[in-house]
Design a protein around this ligand. Structure first.
Ligand code: ZN
Length: 125
C-alpha cells in the first residue's frame, strides 16, 4: 500500500499514477499487433469429391479452423494452411495483450484509488 508521501517516494515503482499505468500499457501494447483472439484447431472433415481416396480410407481431410465468440455469437473461420503461422502469431499477440490487460487491472485500480485518496486529502485541506 502507498499510505504516505514518504512510502510513495521509497517505493516509487509501486506507486504509479493512472497516467503512468496508461503510458506503460500503451508502450507495451505497441509491439503486440496484429492481435486476435480465438482458438485454432485442426479439424478433420470429408470432402465432396466422389471416390476420394482420403475420404474412403477414413483419413479424410484436415483443415485449420479458428473458433471464437463475439457478442455472444460463435464464429468459425477456415484458415488456409499457409496462413496458419501468421494466424498463430496474431493469436500469441492476442493472448499477450489479454495478459497485459489482466496485469493492468490491479495496477490501474490501485492508481485510481490513490488518485482519489490524494484528491480527497486536498479537499479536506
Ligand atoms: Zn476427400
Amino acid at each position: 500500500m502507498c499510505e504516505s508521501a514518504h512510502t510513495c517516494v521509497m517505493t516509487s515503482n509501486k506507486c504509479e499514477s493512472t497516467t503512468d499505468v496508461l503510458r506503460s500499457l500503451q508502450s507495451q501494447a505497441v509491439g503486440l499487433w496484429p492481435a486476435i483472439l480465438g482458438s485454432l484447431s485442426l479439424r478433420r472433415a470429408p470432402c465432396i469429391r466422389e471416390n476420394c481416396k482420403a475420404c474412403l480410407s477414413g483419413e479424410q481431410h484436415s483443415s485449420y479452423v479458428l473458433y471464437g465468440k463475439t457478442k455472444g455469437r460463435r464464429f468459425t473461420v477456415y484458415i488456409p494452411e499457409d496462413l496458419v503461422p501468421e494466424v498463430r502469431r496474431c493469436l500469441d499477440n492476442g493472448r499477450a495483450l489479454q495478459e497485459l490487460l489482466f496485469e493492468a487491472a490491479p495496477r490501474y485500480v490501485k492508481a485510481l484509488k490513490e488518485q482519489k485518496a490524494k484528491h480527497s486529502k486536498k479537499v479536506r485541506g
